[in-house]
Design a protein around this ligand. Sequence first.
Ligand code: PBG
Length: 335
Amino acid sequence: QFPTVSSRSAVETPVVRPRRLRTSEPMRRLVRETSVEPRQLVLPVFVNETLSEPKPIASMPGVVQHTFASLLDAAREAADLGLGGIMLFGVPAEKDATGSGSLDPDGVLNRAVREVREAVGDRLTVMADLCLDEFTDHGHCGVLTADGTVDNDATLEIYAAMAVAQAEAGAHVVAPSGMMDGQVAVIRDALDDAGFTDVVILAYSAKYASAFYGPFRDAVDSSLDGDRRTYQQDPANALEGIREALLDVDEGADMVMVKPAMGYLDVLRQVKDAVDVPVAAYNVSGEYAMVEAAAANGWINREAAILESLISIRRAGADVVLTYWAAEAARLLRG
Ligand code: PBG
């Protein structure tokens, strides 16, 4: 409910002065409604199995494609900083039509999950992106039918096997991001059948077909030609995002996600109010790149913009924020 404004506030000399609560930093700190803590942040990372040293991503200044060795350093640092988790994305040497590298226990992502888990144990929540786009030669999130459309149900079978492979590698959390209908249900079923009843599903529920994923496509050397509008959501739709989140909770999602974050804060708030599980938001590559580019030009205060981005996402309802700034933000927050 909105506070009622009494007629007193209309007299010529203000009697009600909200500025009183803004007079000093301790006062502002006292009445602050929202905070960001390192434990709420998840660091997305990329590992490329063909590299012998980390490779900068041009459109994401400060972010690299990792080698296995540098990945483990980043994971240990994330644990030391008290971050909530790390989200792993793999860039394989070889891609094919069905994304078979995703199922190979020695494929880049499964190997990364295993090594990170060995390095950090239970000090950090280890999450794996569960999607085929990095592994397919056509760059789509699923397998294609003869006429080139993404085959929902054939893709589900692969997702189920991929979830089990990631769980076997040691993932605490699998994060289906492909926007196939029914993906959470088949993944839960497959994990349970394989005995992985404690592996968490973080569902990318309200995932929009967004221009703000542009830099990510560089980050994973995406081969996509075209767009994902037949499976990712139309940016114009909010109700549909809530429906997707409710469906995923019904199918067994332990947490749901809204993505991107900054342009979808209304969806985030509505999802937060509609579900009774933790809600995550993904502060995506394009949101990162815009702030970095503006800051590099001296057009914006970089650190202030980073913290304001994160507090806005938290204020809108995110319990968990995935952000490429996670490690830096944790350092800034500790002062
Ligand atoms: C799909 C996936 C994407 C992102 C995360 N998972 C790309 C897409 O859906 O096109 C984007 C993340 C970002 O832009 O930071 N595996």
